[in-house]
Design a protein around this ligand. Structure first.
Ligand SMILES: NC(=O)c1ccc[n+]([C@@H]2O[C@H](COP(=O)([O-])OP(=O)(O)OC[C@H]3O[C@@H](n4cnc5c(N)ncnc54)[C@H](O)[C@@H]3O)[C@@H](O)[C@H]2O)c1
Length: 306
């Protein structure tokens, strides 16, 4: 696993433990590995280092790669050159090395950031992902093309999901546009007011982390012959705005108050769809989500308060 020390990495490790022994998992990241249990073999890897990446694949006899190393939307707008480098060159390195060395299967998450402002806003289908405007979206959209390229050129089995905003109480988000949702729930659980950096009515597609991880493995395990797409599968459990989330939180924390002070992330949010058409994932590999918004909030607040 690359980028293992991030928000998704910690949660995906818990999911992988259901399928593999921790002795069989090699975790890597450019930094932050001290946060991860010593049950795993840990290697510092900058995914832009092609030679080291190839050396690890060979020496550790890597069969599957979960490539999570990435610079996300908000951080990518602060440093577009870095986002291009990590998201494009890092991802190309993983694909080229996997193709060359015969890795069995590669999973690379994509994002709702691949959609641009001209895309359909509601129930947006997979092939509507035109003209993303952030460096994150541009690089992830191109990565989806690279996945198709290596699938056709080298028969590399590479798969991916466009994650919506992911909410988790276990690992904090770092640099995305949908992070407010986790922050808002954390503030409510601690009895604190919250100031939101998006407008009250900015609706975005979202999902609870356990659902995202279960569906990651569902796609990973699906027969290749059933998959009509590579990295482009849309998934989302529900859509909400900050105002709607705050209202839903008040069922559990009635005194919860939110102020709105939009910053540059509002523009990013406005360029993304409000909801997604997830029917291709349902058809090809059985996408389904278990948690409603209410169940997610209840689960997050009760765990945070513990
Ligand atoms: N978290 C979300 O809500 C969300 C939504 C959509 C898509 N995704 C996708 O999921 C994947 C994981 O995202 P995340 O939320 O865990 O992000 P994150 O920012 O929490 O973690 C990314 C990790 O990549 C590492 N990294 C950065 N540059 C690196 C480099 N050069 N070499 C090696 N590692 C490097 C960072 O140290 C970090 O630990 C990404 O592909 C992201 O695009 C996440």
């Amino acid at each position: 696993m690359t980028g293992s020390a991030g928000q998704v990495g910690g949660e995906l490790l818990l999911e992988l433990e259901k399928k593999f022994s921790s002795n069989d998992i090699v975790v890597s990241d450019i930094n932050g590995l001290d946060k991860i249990s010593d049950d795993y073999e840990k290697i510092i890897l900058d995914v832009r280092n092609y030679d080291l990446l190839k050396q690890i694949i060979k020496e550790k006899d890597i069969k599957y790669i979960f490539h999570l190393a990435s610079i996300l939307s908000a951080k990518g707008e602060e440093n577009p050159k870095l986002a291009f480098d990590v998201n494009m060159n890092g991802t190309h390195n993983v694909l080229a090395a996997s193709a060359e060395l015969g890795v069995d299967k590669v999973f690379i998450p994509s994002t709702i950031g691949v959609f641009g402002p001209e895309a359909q806003k509601d129930n947006t289908p997979i092939l509507n992902s035109s003209r993303p405007r952030t460096m994150y979206g541009i690089s992830k959209f191109t990565a989806e093309y690279l996945m198709q390229y290596y699938f056709e050129r080298s028969h590399l089995d590479v798969r991916g999901i466009r994650y919506p905003g992911l909410l988790s109480y276990k690992t904090p988000p770092t640099a995305g546009t949908t992070d407010y949702a986790v922050d808002m729930i954390i503030h409510a659980a601690r009895g604190m007011d919250y100031t939101c950096y998006l407008k009250e009515d900015a609706v975005l597609p979202m999902m609870y982390m356990p659902d995202a991880m279960e569906n990651t493995m569902r796609l990973f395990d699906a027969p290749l012959k059933n998959l009509r797409y590579r990295g482009e599968y849309n998934i989302s459990a529900f859509s909400f705005s900050p105002g709607e989330l705050a209202e839903a939180i008040r069922e559990f924390v009635p005194a919860f108050k939110v102020k709105y002070k939009p910053d540059s992330r509002q523009k990013i949010a406005e360029s993304w769809p409000r909801s997604l058409d997830c029917s291709d994932g349902v058809k090809d590999w059985g996408f389904k989500a278990r948690f409603t918004i209410r169940e997610m909030i209840r689960d997050m607040i009760s765990n945070l308060q513990k």
